[in-house]
Design a protein around this ligand. Sequence first.
Ligand SMILES: Cc1cc2nc3c(=O)[nH]c(=O)nc-3n(C[C@H](O)[C@H](O)[C@H](O)COP(=O)(O)O)c2cc1C
Ligand code: SF4
Ligand code: SF4
Length: 287
Amino acid sequence: MRFAFFVFSGTGNTRRVCSRLAEELEARGHETETYPIRTDSTYPDPRAYDTVLIGYPVHAFNAPAAVLKFLKKFPKADKKNPKPVYLVRTSGEPLKLNDASAITPRRILKHRGYRVRGEYRYVMPYNIIFRHSEKMAVRMWRAAETQLPAAADEIAAGGGTRRGVNVLKRSVAFALRIEHTAMPALGHHFKATDKCVGCGVCAKICPQGNIEMVNGKPKFKRSCVGCMGCAFSCPEDALKISLLNGWRVNGKYAFEGEPAEDGEVQRYCRKSYIRYFHSAEDGEKKK
Ligand SMILES: Cc1cc2nc3c(=O)[nH]c(=O)nc-3n(C[C@H](O)[C@H](O)[C@H](O)COP(=O)(O)O)c2cc1C
Ligand code: SF4
Ligand code: SF4
């Protein structure tokens, strides 16, 4: 079978998960192709593939605005025989509220003749709000690695389940869609400090083409979707991200070394993280 991955990833977590899932599918004899969702990308016709996978990070309990825009442009498929799609998402928290992020992608896809057959969610370290410890990042990645082979088996067999979302979760997610309207304005006010060395990494990374280098300094236009790629990847930590600056996280996670023990999980949402880790690890033990 041929699988196409279309992946939006600001800071690499979703790309990392999707690329491991692609490896798992290839190990089962399937072909995969991956296309980043960026304004400077060109894409093949998704109808040419047996199955389509959409990778995205959760942004304010929703799919990023860039992903919704991308899906709205999908060529229409046969509604009587809808093309199967899987959603693969990463989020910084293991909260069920993040399931609401699938509502709008599902609706858009259905309208265009595609059907979401299954959804997979993986907790990966935060790229905003606060920095998870390296040990937490390792435990998260191990939990994802543990669960991905089963996802590949299920996808290859055409199975999968969709997650129910109650009215409360829908309402919260709907209210926070404000992020989609706010980010272009907030992002326009991102600024480089004196630490900036004009390397251009931020401009190259931006999936929206929102950053232009002017006289050796980044200038931000009005199409930011808040992916945090620029601030996270700046080698000098030289970007101020306007009102969100107190939540800035800079620098790649290594995903190497010892994982956090239960007792080392931070206090924030501790029970949910431990429940998530145990559920991934128990699944592995049952094999
Ligand atoms: C603007 C923004 C909003 C976010 N909102 C949420 C959220 O609502 N829930 C959550 O669990 N994580 C949230 N996150 C964290 C990311 O979903 C998480 O770090 C993800 O793995 C990043 O993936 P990426 O590296 O592929 O961009 C948010 C991140 C950003 C930048
Ligand atoms: S990545 Fe950082 S140092 Fe490089 S141009 Fe952008 S702001 Fe300046
Ligand atoms: S300006 Fe920065 S945060 Fe906004 S879309 Fe570009 S890389 Fe992402």
